[in-house]
Structure formats: structure tokens, C-alpha cells
Ligand binder design. Structure first.
Ligand code: F3S
Length: 438
């Protein structure tokens, strides 16, 4: 990498300009932790052709579960924290490997606590490292449910593909799909390389998706997202014909005028597209904040017509009627989804484990509203901080899962060794009550 002074700014290679403060960070004036962070960002910027770093207003850091980090990742984080690295902007954290407060209650097996003890202790060291850098240990993939809500046009640096999709598409913020280290580096410096989706020209749609069939439930949106993600890969899709209700009067709340059900559907859609493809931004006609911009669809956009969701359901659904776990909350559930689960149970007892995973802060609201106790009375659990993709599922003893989440069904077989049945929330709740699928 070539370094050379250019007036007030340092040139990195042919393109990258750094401010005085950024040059000082690179020279080590803010300590080795900040120096390491800006070195990562400058290297990334050089690779992707960024001409400068852009300030970010918030960060979502991923790579939190000890299952994925292992001891090497834990030591890397602990060392970075020991170098004095502290975050400069509000920063939230992705799910960990366990419910940090109630992991002992996650299974009925008497040996479970013994099997999970080492994992829980290492996971807690991971969280301590992040917390010592000033990061809020929110442990959720829905930071937008716990106060990390950028406005339209804000630059942020978020990891966690489903949250990235939500931030870009539903909130209209600007972020690339960050990895764990690059998001952490952005938090420590308050900057990210200005390339990709930070630039308006890269937010145009290259795939026009024409939907000619009903898409009504979250599972439908997951199936649709799976199909479109596979077709789009990393392109930006633009949806026409998708019925996503809005309020009559737009509000300034999360999702700008979208009812709770629409928010649930959009998070399911974005998560599935990010899992089966690498979609980080989508637009929906008359719904998402950038969809009415002129020339948003490139003239040679490919057209993808969808007349049935059968292919998406088939890609996600497995075989067999055995079920030992029903999982709701991928991405982490909203209060609205928890209420739906309780309503569909209609006072009936579950025969198998039923997990609703959600942010700890949302769980606290649910607790206040009496929803946690209500679900527990019926045999279910509201589990915070984690999910079935990043948890040590083998140790927890689950083998056969039902879920209405496209992303959950896509990843659970490979990441957690689970056999998966995929269907509507109604079908999943009936499975929980019957103790078997179908
Ligand atoms: Fe969140 Fe885990 Fe799904 S991180 S998006 S609940 S795979």
C-alpha cells in the first residue's frame, strides 16, 4: 500500500483520502487498539476502491457466539480490548450462544448444566470483552427493536445480514454487509470505508421481481425471500405486486408507518434473501422509503416473475413427522409475534419444546405485559440473547425442529445439524401442541 501526504490528507494507493484525525489514528496517536481498527478499514477501503472513510452513527457487531468464535476469536477480542479500544458511536451486539441469564433452564436433561458450563463461561468472557469496549450487550439480531434505529440516509456499519437488509431497505439507512472485525473497527473509529451501498448509484435495482401470487404470512415471505435470494445473489431486487399494508398516516416510529405485521413480514423477507443469496438491500413499490426515486431500476434489469411460492417452500421444508422443538423468532421475535404465538396456542399445552427467541429488552417488555408467564404456563419459553443457529444445539439435545422462519430453516441443517420442517406459524404451533408435524 502506498502512503504519501497530499495537503491535509494522506493518500493510500491512488484513491483513499484520510482526514488529519484519521491520519493520527493510523500513526498510533490514539493507541494501538484504534490503530489496528483503522488499519483494517483502510485495507478494506483499498480493496473495494473507497476514496474516503465516512462517519457512521451506529454499529451492529456480529461474531458473538463462542460456538463460532472459539478460543482463537475470544483471545483476539480480549487482546483488542486490552489495547484500550473503545467504541466511539452507539454499538449493539448480535446474539450470543446462550441465554446469558437463564441458560441452565434451556433443557430438562440433568447433565445439561455440566455439558454447557465451559461454553457458558467462555461466552461470558466474550461478552465481557465487548462490554469493556463500551458495546451494549444487547445480544440480538434486531437492534432496531432495542433503540438502534438509524434514520433514512444515515450511514451505519452493521454486521448481521438480516439486520443489514432491514436497515437498508425498511429504514433507508446505508450500510454494507460488514463482517465481525470490520464492524468492530468501525465502532472503534466511528468510520467505515465509503463504497458499495454507501453510494447512491449502488442502491439501484438490477432485478425486477413481479409477484403474481398471494404472499400473506411470514412463512410466505420467507419462501419468497428464499427464491428471490437465490435468483438475485448480491443484486438489489425491486418488488412489484407485493401486498404489504401501511398505516394511512405515516408516523416517525420504526418502519415509518408500517404496522407491526408488516415489519414482521419485511424482516422475514430480508433475512431469507440474505441467507439464500447475499441481498443487502431491496425495494418494494409503494412501501420502502427509496422505492419511488426516479431511475431506481436500471434500464436492463432482469425480470423475475413469481406465480407460486411452492419452490421456496420445497427448498426449506424437509421430511418426517418427528419434532422435538418448535422455534419462532428468526430474526428475533417482536412482541406482536409473541402475542400471535399465545393466541394460536389458545390455552393448549405444548408437547415438545417451544422457543420464542427475542432480544432481552423486548423480553423484559413481554414480561411486564404478562406474556412470558402466559407462554410458560402453556409449556413454551421466551429465550433471550441467542438463537438456534448460534447456540450449541447438539449439547442442548434437539434433533428435529419446525419453524416458520426462512432464514432459520435455511441455516439450521448446516449450522446446527437439525432436521427441519418449514411451514406457517399456525402449522408450527399445531406441531408444538401435537408433538409431531402434520
Ligand atoms: Fe437472528 Fe439467529 Fe436468525 S442471529 S436472524 S435468529 S439465525
Amino acid at each position: 500500500m502506498l502512503l504519501g501526504l497530499c495537503g491535509q490528507q494522506l493518500m493510500i494507493g491512488p484513491m483513499m483520502r484520510l482526514t488529519d484525525e484519521e491520519q493520527a489514528m493510523l500513526a498510533g496517536a490514539f493507541g494501538p487498539g484504534v490503530q489496528k481498527a483503522i488499519e483494517i478499514l483502510v485495507a478494506l477501503g483499498a480493496i473495494y476502491g473507497a476514496d474516503s472513510l465516512v462517519p457512521v452513527i451506529s454499529v451492529q457487531v456480529a461474531g458473538v457466539s463462542y460456538k463460532n468464535l472459539g478460543d482463537a476469536g475470544l483471545e483476539f477480542l480480549a487482546e483488542w480490548a486490552a489495547q484500550g479500544a473503545r467504541v466511539r458511536v452507539p454499538t449493539t451486539l448480535n446474539p450470543a450462544g446462550l441465554d446469558l441469564e437463564r441458560w441452565r433452564e434451556l433443557g430438562s436433561d440433568a447433565n445439561l448444566v455440566h455439558r454447557l458450563e465451559h461454553f457458558a463461561s467462555q461466552q461470558s468472557r466474550v461478552i465481557q470483552s465487548f462490554a469493556s469496549m463500551g458495546i451494549r450487550a444487547t445480544c440480538t439480531c434486531t437492534p432496531y427493536f432495542v433503540g438502534n434505529v438509524p434514520a433514512c440516509g444515515d450511514h451505519v456499519a452493521w454486521a448481521e445480514s438480516s439486520a443489514v437488509s432491514f436497515a437498508n431497505s425498511v429504514l433507508g439507512a446505508r450500510t454494507n454487509r460488514e463482517g465481525g472485525p470490520s464492524a468492530l473497527a468501525a465502532a472503534i473509529t466511528g468510520r467505515t470505508p465509503g463504497y458499495g451501498l454507501h453510494l447512491p448509484q449502488n442502491r439501484r435495482a438490477q432485478l425486477l421481481v413481479e409477484v403474481h401470487c398471494p404472499v400473506a404470512s411470514s412463512a410466505d415471505f420467507g419462501a419468497l425471500g428464499t427464491m428471490v435470494g437465490q435468483a438475485a445473489r448480491n443484486r438489489v431486487p425491486y418488488f412489484r405486486g407485493l401486498d404489504v399494508p401501511r398505516f394511512q398516516a405515516p408516523s416517525s416510529e420504526l418502519g415509518a408507518g408500517l404496522p407491526e405485521a408488516s415489519i414482521d413480514h419485511l424482516k422475514a423477507l430480508g433475512a431469507a434473501m440474505a441467507a439464500s443469496g447475499a441481498v443487502a438491500l431491496y425495494h418494494i413499490e409503494d412501501v420502502t422509503p427509496e422505492a419511488d426515486q426516479p431511475d431506481l431500476i436500471v434500464p436492463d434489469a432482469e425480470i423475475f416473475s413469481i406465480r407460486t411460492l411452492a419452490e421456496g417452500y420445497a427448498a426449506l421444508d424437509g421430511e418426517g413427522d418427528e419434532i422435538d422443538l418448535v422455534w419462532i423468532g428468526c430474526p428475533h421475535a417482536s412482541l406482536h409475534e409473541l402475542r400471535q404465538v399465545i393466541r394460536l396456542l389458545a390455552g393448549r399445552q405444548t408437547q415438545v419444546a417451544l422457543w420464542v427467541t427475542m432480544a432481552r429488552q423486548v423480553r423484559a417488555e413481554a414480561e411486564k405485559a404478562g406474556l412470558v408467564a402466559e407462554l410458560e404456563t402453556l409449556g413454551g419459553q421466551v429465550v433471550a440473547d441467542t438463537c438456534l443457529v448460534v447456540a450449541p444445539v447438539k449439547e442442548l439435545g434437539f434433533r428435529h425442529m419446525a419453524t416458520p422462519s426462512g432464514k432459520g430453516a435455511y441455516y439450521a441443517p448446516g449450522h446446527s445439524g437439525l432436521k427441519v420442517r418449514y411451514g406457517s406459524l399456525e402449522a408450527c404451533i399445531e406441531a408444538a401442541v401435537a408433538g409431531r408435524w402434520g
